[in-house]
Ligand binder design. Structure first.
Ligand code: GTR
Length: 368
């Protein structure tokens, strides 16, 4: 398998230090992903955006947390939208508190602000107990997960009129955009340390989390849980879900140009190790599941291995592993963490515990 060279610029210059990477190579890699894979967002932070904090409960979770619900309102030429952010801020920790921003791609009950429903998909009580802010929004607030001709969600609000460009953003980029707007709010909240926010998602949400942190370097960490094809997994391995299959089943996820690489993975100017490399020097964690061949666990692992040379430019170890680690044996001493858990395609308490440990390790354990 011949991967595109991470440390050579398009004009053939070798990238030998972090300055070259930041000034010459990183911007072009980001552009290649925009143009060929995720598409280009027509807007960053909208001019018209406001935050409405409501339903504050200082004694949520039996006094363990302060709950805030925040409506993030925005508008553009095609109308207006709102992202509903759910926040639990631990009461026992000195402020400002670092946290995890979760892009929820399953039913809204997983991020229940009343906590009547509890779910290991988003174990908010445990996140709070470990001393982190649990923040979450439902991805459909940014863009519905259906092929609606890009009429609804943020595409309808912000896309220029007329024919769509072949590099116009798809749904994954729209969800990533939503995560950045949530971070815009977190930056305004003095209880929260917005300089230490990990963006995290599962599966399609994991693809969005990685793209969010690639586009928005304010995210201090990214976590990809079972993100698979066009997330952490190398496309050129052609294992599990392929570029053709993902484009045919989910024609709204990526830009139109990406469809030109159906059955032509080897012609992509990027592969997914380069997406992981866009996180550097920030810590990033990638996790697979043993019964999730569709997401190609080994391809997810190898992306981390092949992204590591960029971390080396910063004098930091990336993923320190010779080969795939055994099941349930995280390798997370460097700036890239990886594990493969026993089990199906899922985000579980086991996974969350590893991500919280990883944050402790990089940010200093915060929970007493
Ligand atoms: C599957 C899709 C994957 C993954 C998954 C999920 O159907 O093929 O790429 O995103 O959905 O989001 O659970």
């Amino acid at each position: 398998m011949d991967l595109p060279k991470l440390l050579v610029t398009q004009s053939g210059e070798p990238v030998t230090d972090s300055r070259d990477w930041e000034q010459a190579r990183r911007p072009e890699v980001l552009e290649l992903f925009r143009e060929n894979v995720y598409g280009r967002a027509p807007v960053g932070r909208p001019e018209d955006m406001s935050f409405a904090v409501h339903d504050v409960d200082p004694q949520a979770m039996d006094g363990a947390a302060t709950r805030k619900l925040v409506d993030i309102h925005f508008s553009g030429p095609g109308g207006e939208g709102v992202i509903h952010l759910v926040l639990f801020i631990p009461n026992h920790v000195e402020k400002p508190v670092p946290g995890f921003l979760f892009i929820c791609n399953r039913s809204r009950r997983h991020i229940d602000p009343t906590r009547e429903t509890k779910s290991e998909f988003w174990p908010a009580e445990e996140i709070v107990r470990r001393g982190y802010v649990g923040a979450a929004f439902h991805y459909s607030d940014a863009d519905p997960d259906e092929h609606d001709g890009f009429q609804n969600g943020v595409h309808g609000i912000f896309d220029p009129s007329g024919e769509r460009a072949p590099d116009a953003w798809g749904a994954i980029a729209a969800w990533a955009w939503g995560a950045s707007r949530a971070l815009d709010y977190l930056e305004t909240d003095s209880d929260i340390d917005a300089s230490r926010i990990a963006v995290i998602g599962h599966s399609r949400g994991g693809k969005a989390a990685l793209w969010a942190a690639a586009e928005d370097e304010r995210f201090a960490m990214a976590v990809s849980n079972n993100s698979g094809c066009t997330g952490a997994a190398l496309a050129r391995r052609k294992q599990g879900e392929s570029v053709r299959v993902i484009n045919e089943n989910f024609p709204h996820w990526f830009c139109e140009n990406y469809k030109g690489f159906n059955d032509r993975e080897d012609e992509l100017p990027v592969d997914q190790h380069m997406l992981i490399a866009l996180m550097a020097p920030r810590p990033v964690y990638v996790a697979s599941s043993s019964e999730d061949a569709w997401a190609d666990p080994e391809g997810e692992f190898l992306s981390c291995v092949h992204a590591s040379p960029v971390y080396d430019l910063y004098g930091m170890p990336g993923l320190e592993a010779e080969g795939m680690p055994p099941l349930d044996s995280p390798v997370a001493d460097g700036s890239i963490g990886y594990h493969i858990k026993t089990g199906e395609h899922s985000l579980t308490e086991y996974d969350w515990a590893r991500y919280l440990d990883f944050a402790d390790q990089h940010w200093g354990a915060v929970a007493p």
